[in-house]
Design a protein around this ligand. Structure first.
Ligand SMILES: NC(=O)c1ccc[n+]([C@@H]2O[C@H](COP(=O)([O-])OP(=O)(O)OC[C@H]3O[C@@H](n4cnc5c(N)ncnc54)[C@H](OP(=O)(O)O)[C@@H]3O)[C@@H](O)[C@H]2O)c1
Length: 267
C-alpha cells in the first residue's frame, strides 16, 4: 500500500509508470500532467479509481506547489515515491555538436532552455515542492529520470558528440541528485538518477528522418553493445526501472544507474 507521484505522466515512460503502478490496486498513483484533458491519461484515470490526475508544470514553481497541495489532500499529506520524469528538448538543435553552437547569447540560451528548465530547475522545484510529503512517507524515495547520454564512457565509446544541451542537463541532474542524497541522508530519504534505457516512446507513425536517426544511433550504440537490436518497449523499461526503485536503499542513494541496476548496461 504505497503512494507514487509521476511527473510528465501524459505519455511515454511517464504514462507507463502510471499504468504499471496502477495494476496494484492498493497503490495510490498520482499522475502529474500539464493538461489533465490529455486523451490517453484522462481515459486511463477515469477507469482506474487508484489513479488521480493532478495538473502541474515542472517549469512553473507555483503550479508545483498547488500540485503538492492537491496531492496532500488525496494522500493525507504523505508520499512514498516521487518520480521526476518530465523532459523537454530543443529538437531543432539536437544534432548540433559543441563547436556548432553560435556566438549568440540568446540563441544559445534558447537551445539549452527546455532541457535545463525540465532537468535542472524543474528537478529542484519538483523535489522541493513534494519533499514535505516524502518526509512523511514510508519509503522516502525520490527518483529523477536521467539518461545514459550523460554517461562519460558511453559518450566517448559510442561517439555521441551531439545532443549537447540534453546530455549536459542530464549530467547536471545526476550531480543535483547526489547533492540531494547527501543533504537528505539524515532524514533517511533516498535519491536516485535513473536512466530508463533506450525506449521507443514515439506516438503514431515514425517519420523517416526519425527512423534514420534511430538507425544511426543504433550503429553508434553497437560500439558499446554489439548485440543491441534496437529500442526497448516502455513496458520493459518501466518494469525494470521499478525493480531498481524497489531496491533503492541508503547505500545506493546519490548514484546514477540504468534500468538494469548498474552503470554499464545502458540499453
Ligand atoms: N525514450 C528514451 O529512449 C529515453 C532515454 C533516456 C532517458 N529518457 C528520459 O525518460 C523520460 C521520459 O522520456 P519519454 O521518452 O517518455 O519522453 P516523452 O514521450 O517526450 O514525454 C515527456 C513527458 O514530459 C512531459 N513534459 C514536458 N515538459 C513538461 C513540463 N514543463 N512540465 C511537466 N511535464 C512536462 C510531457 O508532457 P506533455 O504531454 O504535457 O508535453 C511528457 O509527458 C525523460 O526524462 C527522458 O529524458 C528517455
Amino acid at each position: 500500500m504505497s503512494s507514487y507521484l509521476i511527473t510528465g505522466a501524459s505519455k511515454g515512460i511517464g504514462f507507463e509508470f502510471v499504468r504499471q503502478l496502477a495494476t496494484d490496486t492498493t497503490n495510490t498513483v498520482l499522475a502529474v500532467v500539464r493538461n489533465p484533458d490529455s486523451l490517453n491519461i484522462s481515459k486511463f484515470a477515469s477507469s482506474h479509481p487508484n489513479v488521480h490526475l493532478i495538473k502541474g508544470d515542472v517549469m512553473d514553481p507555483k503550479s508545483l506547489l498547488e500540485a503538492a497541495s492537491a496531492a496532500a489532500a488525496i494522500t493525507g499529506g504523505k508520499l512514498d515515491v516521487l518520480i521526476h520524469n518530465s523532459n523537454a528538448v530543443d529538437m531543432a538543435t539536437m544534432p548540433y555538436t559543441p563547436s556548432q553552437f553560435p556566438f549568440d547569447v540568446q540563441a544559445t540560451r534558447d537551445m539549452f532552455e527546455p532541457s535545463l528548465n525540465t532537468a535542472i530547475y524543474g528537478g529542484l522545484w519538483t523535489t522541493n515542492a513534494f519533499l514535505p510529503l516524502i518526509e512523511k512517507g514510508v519509503q522516502k524515495k525520490i527518483v529523477h529520470i536521467s539518461s545514459g547520454m550523460a554517461d562519460l564512457d558511453l559518450i566517448k565509446k559510442s561517439g555521441l558528440s551531439y545532443a549537447v544541451a540534453y546530455s549536459v542537463s542530464k549530467a547536471g541532474m545526476n550531480v543535483q541528485v547526489a547533492k540531494y542524497a547527501t543533504e537528505l541522508a539524515p532524514k533517511n530519504i533516498k535519491v536516485l538518477a535513473l536512466s530508463p534505457g533506450w525506449v521507443d516512446t514515439w506516438e503514431g507513425e515514425m517519420p523517416s528522418e526519425v527512423a534514420q536517426a534511430n538507425q544511426f544511433m543504433l550503429e553508434q550504440f553497437r560500439a558499446e553493445d554489439p548485440s543491441l537490436q534496437g529500442q526497448i518497449r516502455p513496458e520493459e523499461s518501466v518494469r525494470k526501472s521499478l525493480e531498481v526503485i524497489e531496491g533503492l536503499d541508503s547505500e545506493k542513494s546519490g548514484s546514477f544507474m540504468s534500468h538494469n541496476g548498474n552503470r554499464v548496461d545502458w540499453f
